[in-house]
Design a binder for this molecule. Structure first.
Ligand code: RIB
Length: 279
C-alpha cells in the first residue's frame, strides 16, 4: 500500500457531469468541504466502469483521504475491492454498501410511489416506464415503488411497458419510438434528463404534452421549470445529499470507529404542467 500524508482531500466520483442533478449534489459537497477545510477532487465517469476504475486508482495514487461515490455500475463489488485494499473509507450514494457501511440516499421507493399515485389519480392506468438498461439500486427502488403502486391499484404494468435506455437526454430521445409502440397515455421517465430527451422525441412524433400524452420525470433539476410544458417530477434534495455525504465521509476519515450511519432523506412531488387528467 502507499505511504500517505493527509492532504485533506475527498475524491468524488459521479456518473455524469452533464446531469444537473449531479452539479447540485457537487455544490452541496463543496459547501461542506470548504467549511471543514477539505478539498474535493471531482471526477465524472461518463457512465463507464472503465473510467470509474481509472479514477478510483488515481484517487488512491493521489492520496485521497476518503471518497464519495455515485456509481453508474450496478455491481459495485469492484469499488470495495479497490478502496478497501487501500484502506480508503468511502460513502456510496444511491447504492447499498457491499459490506455494512455508510450510505446516503433519498427515499426512491416513496418517490416512485408518489408519481404512480398521482398518475392514477389523474386517470392514467396505461403507462410506460423508460428506465436504465442496468439500473443501479436507487433506480430499481424507484421503479419498484412505481410498479408496486400500480399493482396494488389492480392495474399492473405489463413487462412490455418497461423500456430501457441510457440515462441521458439522448437515451430518452432514442427511446421515444419504443415507448410509443406500447401506446401509453403517460410515460414515467426514470430521471428528468431522460424526460427532456423524450420531450424532443414526442414533439418530433407530432404529439403534444400533455394533451396527447402525459409525462413525469424524477430529480427536479432546474431545467424542468424552463422547458414547455413545465415538467411534473419528484424533488430529490440533491444539495443536502451532498452536504450530508461530505459530513459523513469527513467524520469517517477523522474517526474510523464512528458508528455506521445510513441516512435516507425525504422526497416530494412537484406538480407542474406535464400531466393532464383523463377519464
Ligand atoms: O443515475 C443517475 C440518477 O440517479 C440521477 O439522475 C438521480 O436520479 C440519481 O438518483
Amino acid at each position: 500500500s502507499l505511504i500517505r500524508k493527509s492532504g485533506r482531500t475527498i475524491g468524488v466520483l459521479v456518473p455524469n457531469l452533464n446531469n444537473p442533478f449531479f452539479s447540485r449534489f457537487l455544490r452541496g459537497i463543496e459547501d461542506e468541504a470548504i467549511k471543514q477545510d477539505y478539498v474535493p477532487l471531482i471526477f465524472g465517469s461518463n457512465n463507464s466502469q472503465e473510467q470509474e476504475t481509472h479514477y478510483l486508482f488515481e484517487s488512491v495514487r493521489r492520496a485521497a483521504d476518503g471518497m464519495i461515490i455515485a456509481s453508474a455500475v450496478s455491481d459495485i463489488n469492484y469499488i470495495d475491492n479497490i478502496l478497501n485494499q487501500n484502506g480508503i473509507p468511502y460513502i456510496l450514494i444511491d447504492q447499498a454498501p457491499v459490506v455494512k457501511g455508510d450510505r446516503v440516499d433519498a427515499n426512491n421507493e416513496k418517490g416512485g410511489a408518489l408519481l404512480a399515485d398521482y398518475l392514477i389519480k389523474n386517470g392514467h392506468t396505461n403507462v410506460t416506464v423508460v428506465c436504465a438498461t442496468k439500473p443501479t439500486l436507487n433506480l430499481q427502488e424507484r421503479l419498484q415503488g412505481f410498479v408496486e403502486t400500480y399493482k396494488k391499484n389492480g392495474t399492473p404494468i405489463p413487462d412490455a411497458n418497461i423500456i430501457t435506455t441510457d440515462m441521458t437526454k439522448k437515451g430518452g430521445y432514442d427511446a421515444t419510438a419504443a415507448a410509443l409502440a406500447t401506446k401509453p397515455n403517460a410515460i414515467f421517465a426514470i430521471n428528468d434528463e431522460v424526460a427532456i430527451g423524450l420531450y424532443r422525441g414526442l414533439e418530433e412524433a407530432g404529439l403534444k404534452i400533455p394533451e396527447d400524452i402525459s409525462i413525469v420525470g424524477y430529480d427536479d433539476i432546474d431545467l424542468g421549470e424552463y422547458i414547455y410544458p413545465k415538467l411534473t417530477t419528484v424533488h430529490q434534495p440533491a444539495f443536502e445529499m451532498g452536504t450530508k455525504a461530505a459530513q459523513m465521509i469527513i467524520n469517517r476519515i477523522e474517526d474510523q470507529n464512528e458508528p455506521i450511519q445510513q441516512v435516507s432523506l425525504p422526497v416530494s412531488l412537484v406538480e407542474r404542467d406535464s400531466v393532464r387528467a383523463i377519464d
